[in-house]
Design a protein around this ligand. Sequence first.
Ligand code: 5GP
Ligand code: MN
Length: 329
Amino acid sequence: MTLTTPQWIEATQAVDAAATILIVTHVKPDGDAIGSLMALTHILRERGKLVTPAVDDGVPEHLRYVPGTEGVISKLKGGKWDLMISVDASDEARTGIAGVYGRKRCPKVINLDHHPTNTMFGDLFIVVPDAVSSTEIVYDWMLHMGQSLAQPTAVALLTGLITDTRGLRTSNVKSRTLEIAQRLIEAGASLTEVVEKALDNTSYRTIQLWKRGLATVDMANGVIEATITQADLQEVGAVEATDYGLVSLLSGVNEALVAIVYKEQPGNKVELSIRCKPGFDVGSVAFALGGGGHKQASGATIDGPLDEAKARVRPLLEEAVKQGTLTIV
Ligand code: 5GP
Ligand code: MN
């Protein structure tokens, strides 16, 4: 993996040479995935392009307030595009069926992302690990392209900025992040709406799931962990395959340096959600396990069963604790 300087000019030239553009993002999309997908869709439509936004399984219900999400395609059929742009996905597998399908039907791929673990798939790169969210990169690209900021775009951009920083609270937030947030609010995005709809949307079902997960909590050598099994999911009822923030709750525990939630998945797989305090790095742990993410928030899906997965992951997390030093930022 070698990160290149962002290819703003080349990427803009590729956009201008294209009439039809497919935009994809990562599976199980979060606020930054949908925010980047929709913001770029609006910006490129304003630039006169025919844009198709797509993501496997569509847009999660709590993110459907983002303008234009009703037009997102969940299953691509037929079609050919002049260009594909992948946003917020650190590797090709993360772009799901839509990404793999699109790549076969687009002669050129732009990879726009902020994960330091990006595998640099595609042809042109706008990969900026310092960006707090992929929407921050989309915002900068909008400025480079000379496009103006419309209200629907501002809502989409603020969604990614707020969700990936857990409400402007992560250690990578800079004064410029707040300046951008201010511009987006001035352009008509509501901070309250984004916070209420995209961040504070815990359902009673989710709390039932946390109740089961919290009953399994254990902490050793600076690592706090919890487990959610398929049986828990079945008892609680259909819940989307995410921990809905349980891992964030655990990473806030004073005595813990690293937090992990193990989520049993069908097909003998285990999904990992990992977090750590500033000064530690769990991004490289997830990358070593075939996943990816950021220093302080990462994830991967590995082979089960649960016990074997834990036996494999725990030593890596304990090593991450040893390698780091708690940083007060
Ligand atoms: P979460 O725990 O919220 O699902 O994910 C935290 C971070 O890790 C996000 O930045 C997400 O993109 C990344 N991540 C989670 N799962 C995977 C995965 O399976 N592969 C990769 N490459 N990144 C992941
Ligand atoms: Mn992101």
